[in-house]
Design a protein around this ligand. Structure first.
Ligand SMILES: NC(=O)c1ccc[n+]([C@@H]2O[C@H](COP(=O)([O-])OP(=O)(O)OC[C@H]3O[C@@H](n4cnc5c(N)ncnc54)[C@H](OP(=O)(O)O)[C@@H]3O)[C@@H](O)[C@H]2O)c1
Length: 306
């Protein structure tokens, strides 16, 4: 099969489309014929070596953790999905090696759920990692219907899902973004606020009584600012500030979870979650996709089509 691979760490790694052996499919796994692979900032951060202290990497690496596709084979004693099922998932395994930027990926069933019916494979491939991050961040701080939340960096992959899921859960959402994204945030159901100098004051004007929780989806040292806006300091989550726990906030690392992903399927099936695919590029253009992702300007998601 064809796959994108790299064989050393590097900020601009050599991403080649090469012929590699088809993956084996073990007990508790299914072989997925990849229709689309989602691109996440962690893909190029991993390739640059930034996660070397915590993640085991075996070369050559096929990058990518997000997939949408069709089950082509099932492993021994595996009943969760059948051949022909349309699935999607955040296929993070025990170590980094056989990812989703490929024609086939072998996926543990614990990482998969049924693909949302109303979404294309490209849209579905954009959901798992970022959608699960957003949902698990909301549940980590125990948000309930009627409460309010600030989402910092609300127009990116994680932010776009955070806004939609929070709205679906009955929350009031204040989302930060550049001015060019404010109409987009309104279309998702958030009240937009410009980030940068004066952000806290602008949020206080909208919510003088404070907010119930805040989610940092950017990691540029805003945790303390968010803590000053919430009524309870421990109801702040950051996914990108590695000092967040030391500051008394929750530092979240998204986990593959079929039940959480099935919840996102249900939101999509009932029209409450969609995906703005800003760029859909062919698999061979993975390097271009990483350049676009690293620019930090993605509205919604970038995906690779296979
Ligand atoms: N810990 C975890 O489990 C986990 C999971 C997922 C992601 N992450 C990390 O979280 C971060 C966000 O991920 P993502 O997938 O959402 O990224 P993304 O889709 O690339 O985010 C792009 C968004 O960032 C916004 N942005 C750029 N500069 C900003 C600033 N100074 N302040 C606020 N927003 C800004 C942009 O909005 P504007 O154009 O409006 O500025 C753009 O819409 C990344 O660092 C990623 O590695 C961590």
């Amino acid at each position: 099969m064809k796959a994108i691979t790299y064989s050393t760490y590097g900020t601009v790694p050599d991403l080649s489309l090469v012929e590699v052996p088809e993956p084996k499919v073990g007990p508790g796994e299914v072989l997925v014929r990849v229709k689309a692979a989602g691109v996440n900032p962690v893909d190029w951060k991993l390739a640059a070596g930034y996660l070397d202290p915590i993640l085991e990497v075996r070369y050559p690496v096929i990058p990518g953790w997000d997939v949408a596709g069709v089950v082509e084979a099932v492993g021994p004693d595996t009943f969760d999905h059948a051949v022909g099922d349309e699935v999607y998932g955040y296929v993070r395994k025990e170590w980094v090696e056989l990812g989703t930027y490929a024609e086939l990926v072998s996926a543990p069933v614990r990482t998969l759920a049924r693909k949302p019916r109303e979404l294309t494979f490209e849209q579905a491939a954009g959901i798992p990692l970022a959608g699960l991050t957003a949902y698990q961040s909301l549940t980590r701080v125990g948000l309930r219907s009627g409460e309010s939340v600030v989402i910092h960096s609300a127009a990116g992959g994680t932010g776009s899902f955070g806004v939609q899921i929070a709205v679906a859960l009955g929350l009031r959402v204040i989302g930060t973004a550049g001015a060019h994204n404010h109409d987009y945030l309104r279309s998702l159901g958030a009240e937009p606020v410009l980030y940068g100098e004066g952000m806290a004051e602008r949020i206080r004007e909208l919510a003088p009584e404070g907010v119930d929780a805040a989610l940092d989806f950017h990691g540029d040292g805003v945790v303390e600012i968010l803590q000053s806006l919430v009524r309870q300091r421990d109801r702040v989550v950051s996914i990108a500030d590695y000092e967040a726990a030391a500051k008394g906030a929750h530092q979240l690392w998204v986990r593959p979870d079929s039940a959480d992903l099935a919840f996102l399927t249900e939101l999509a099936d009932t029209g409450r979650l969609t995906v703005n695919v800003e760029h859909a590029l062919p698999l061979r253009d993975a390097a271009k996709a990483w350049e676009l992702s690293a620019s930090g300007r993605t509205r919604g998601k970038i995906v690779l089509t296979v």
